[in-house]
Write a protein that binds this ligand. Structure first.
Ligand code: IFM
Length: 447
């Protein structure tokens, strides 16, 4: 074993966990997802309730979770701000909400944990939803005004900003699949929302940089891998369409300043800007074959390849595919910008597959760094089990298990392992031997 060299990460690498306001804070009653939960749209019938109870200052649950993250050796934490708390009615600003965010961010700073802060993570204030949400004519201006308010109020505590989380996922689930509010099935609107969010990202990026020139700003994009089942033209064509529409269009708009979403004649272009990093969320691979039965997925029907290791319900068409993390980093590297893996994780309540998942994905990330990708940090999704949108409490992504009724926390073994990796700034053979010995070859074979 001594001959195996540890996989060392670059100096000052950021090791952290990612979270989102609605999934963690609790009692976020003033946004469209809360309303969606109360009206029977969550598959297991649960509601977010107290979530992980990070909002209630008296309970100090966020504070003690942050302290636990610091004890593990993590040096960064990604959270999001809840627009509907900060601007509960149009153009009315809540100072108490800002004060609570100042407490949370101040606590992270005291613990030497660098906060990464997302401005929009899926939820919209009810006042905005009521006037059309991301289809409202003035949504970009409203988002820009909210951004300015937040940067003025919190800019002394934050200099690492994500504007919008996963615009394509939001547009797709809310306006095409209809699983999320407002529950539409409309192709042109889907692309309009995606294009508008891209423009809102640009407006927010410029607003932040104008107020805080030294800030680092980026967009967070969920980048699945779409591969064809067979090496034949129809399968390659549909995988290519999915890759283009789901992944490439946003990158082209943001990093190449070419805005061309289908069916969107309104969007004339996007200004050049200054992205300081590329935020990538990576969860796995979809293998597709051509099928006329699948018009909503660009005629790409999911196919489960034999021998592939798939996710559990409800994401059974998603493959656990660590090498995909290498591929998405190398594809993003062409833009010659720093990269953060802003999310990566697995729903696994038993923590049976997570240690290996984490190790093999981090090994793939290490390979990408060796091959030249400028990756600056990795955020695991997530720290404490949180509310998983329309899956409710039935899927568990946390390094720490949560009982939402009692709020009791029980660390999973993966928490200990992730902490050991962060403290070593490396994957060592000893860590692999202790937590997932069967992953030894996969981690160190450098394939
Ligand atoms: O929980 C979500 C998160 O809000 C956005 N990215 C994917 C996660 C897991 O599904």
């Amino acid at each position: 074993m001594t001959s195996i060299q540890p996989l060392r990460f670059p100096e000052n690498f950021l090791w952290g966990v990612a979270s989102a306001a609605h999934q963690n804070e609790g009692n976020n009653r003033n946004n469209d997802f809360w309303q969606w939960e109360q009206t029977g749209h969550v598959h297991d019938g649960t509601t977010s309730g107290l979530a992980t109870d990070w909002w209630n200052a008296a309970h100090r649950r966020a504070e003690s979770d942050f302290a636990r993250a610091a004890e593990l050796g993590l040096n960064t934490l990604r959270l999001s701000l809840e627009w509907s708390r900060i601007e509960p009615a149009e153009n009315r600003w809540d100072d108490a909400a800002i004060d609570r965010y100042r407490q949370l961010l101040g606590t992270l700073r005291e613990l030497n944990i660098t906060p990464m802060v997302t401005l929009h993570h899926f939820t919209n204030p009810l006042w905005l939803a009521e006037r059309g949400g991301w289809l409202a004519a003035d949504v970009v201006a409203r988002f820009e005004r909210y951004t300015a308010h937040v940067v003025d109020a919190l800019g002394d505590l934050v200099d690492l900003w994500c504007t919008i989380n996963e615009p394509m996922v939001y547009a797709y689930l809310s306006h095409l699949v209809g699983d999320w509010s407002p529950g539409r099935h409309n192709f042109p609107q889907t692309f309009k929302v995606a294009a508008t969010m891209t423009l809102a990202h640009r407006a927010a990026e410029q607003t932040i940089h104008a107020r805080q020139p030294h800030a680092r700003v980026g967009l967070v994009k969920n980048q699945p891998i779409f591969d064809p089942l067979r090496d034949h033209q129809p399968d390659k064509m549909v995988a290519g369409w999915q890759e283009t529409l789901f992944n490439r269009r946003i990158f082209q708009a943001v990093y190449e300043h070419r805005l061309h979403f289908p069916l969107n004649f309104f969007a004339k272009g996007i200004a050049a800007g200054q992205e300081d990093f590329i935020g990538i969320n990576y969860y796995g691979r979809h293998t597709v074959k051509f099928s006329l039965r699948a018009p909503f997925t660009m005629f790409g029907e999911p196919f489960i390849p034999p021998h592939a290791e798939m996710w559990d319900e409800p994401w059974t068409d998603r493959e656990i595919y660590p090498h995909g993390l290498y591929r998405v980093c190398m594809a993003a590297a062409k833009y010659k910008k720093p990269i953060f893996i802003t999310e990566n994780g697995l729903a696994d309540a038993a923590d049976a597959r997570r240690p290996r998942f984490l190790l093999t994905h981090l090994a793939a990330l290490h390979r990408a760094i060796q091959a030249g990708a400028d990756v600056r940090g990795y955020y695991h999704w997530t720290f404490v089990d949180n509310y998983e949108w329309v899956e409710g409490w039935s899927t568990r992504f946390g390094l720490i298990a949560l009982n939402p009724e009692t709020q009791a926390r029980t660390p999973r073994r993966s928490a200990e392992m992730f902490g050991a990796i962060a403290r070593a700034n490396a994957i060592t053979p000893e860590i692999v031997a202790e937590f997932a010995p069967d992953a030894m070859d996969a981690v160190f074979s450098q394939k």
